[in-house]
Design a protein around this ligand. Sequence first.
Ligand code: FAD
Length: 405
Amino acid sequence: RQRILVVGAGMAGVQTAVQLREQGWPGGITLVGAEPHRPYDRPPLSKAVLLGRAPGSAFDVDFGALEVDLRLGTAVTGLRTGDREADTDAGPVPYDGLVVATGAEPIPLPGAEGVPGVYLLRTLDDAERLRPVLAGRREVVVVGAGWIGAEFATAAREAGCRVTVVEAADQPLAGALPPPVAARMRAWYGEAGAELRTGCAVTGVAASGTPDDPVCEVELSDGSVLTAGAVVVGIGARPATGWLAGSGVALGEDGSVLADERLRASAPGVHAVGDCASYPSARYGRRLLVHHWDNALQGPRTVASGLVSGQAETPVYDPVPYFWSEQFGRFVQYAGHHTGDDEMLWRGDPADAAWSVCWLRGGVLRALLAVGRPRDLAQGRKLIERGTALDPVRAADPSVPLKSA
Ligand code: FAD
């Protein structure tokens, strides 16, 4: 009986196992995950789980019924593609097909690793460590005004913590959104009672006090020093692919597994999916490394199809990327992918509670950001998918449904 080994039991790994059975894989499936917990969903970690409003976010999947051999608390340490064997800390595991789904790991703040009171937010354990910070209303410095930093700041403000967010760039979400859009989001911090300091890097963190009640001194590039009971670092994540070093599986400079348009890696029988893999997008004319939940949901269908039905039957993977974020009481959604060359137009007044931004190229919708306008997002996503041209004047009128613009 042939055996597929899925490495990484997050969203992408679990969905791969589910999809393999749904698509009729008759052989064995082994799902190996480094974390000891029952596989769980990550987005609630910076929302309900962090605030203690949900005990956890375990996936509702019956691995026994799916005949998935689930091995938790087991890290894969290396891969020998010639022997078709993976090495784990519990011994070697042979495979016929292998799926790399090891996700991403947060980038630590240089020099602050291991300092008491400094936290990352990626895993359930991280969220559980942070709960007492919120429950104790400790004063918090958040490093990085990206998606995770904004969501953590939201939760911490809701819990009643004093929050200062320090961002090295001149605006929040600098890597993702252009200045006029990000400028609107800057105001959200102040409205929620969080202080946002941009253009300012953290140059050092030192802690005194006790490990249970640390006092962190955060040094900034402008010479000032902030004192806090906790420092939460949200400065990005990189693919968790260190274990593939020397395996022959080609990795990009960003550390991602260089998958092809059907999510196959460079070694025979090896596929890669989710936060650890990049793939060439014909739609956007470049390779994409997507660190969002929807990609970890959709990619596994392609991987399972390739393994079960063969490549000829498998459609190319090139979806319209999508993600959402819940920050400062707003539901923010984004679909597609834009560049500085695309024409940007506002749909609605960004001073209002709900508005959208469209990015067009040659009149065709390429990407859309919706704040509190989920219908724009749903319609826009389909228009992007189909490559539909829009009338820019009608598209800028929020009273005209986007699909009729
Ligand atoms: P992961 O979820 O990272 O899972 C990979 C798993 O592999 C991990 O459990 C890891 O322990 C395991 N692993 C790693 N190395 C090994 C190894 N060598 N051996 C065995 N196992 C290994 N996206 C959105 O679109 N919207 C949101 O609102 C949103 N909120 C988020 C909030 C937080 C706090 C975080 C951290 C992420 C959020 N995301 C959100 C992103 C989304 O959760 C990820 O894109 C998604 O989890 C990716 O799934 P994955 O399975 O590829 O990787």
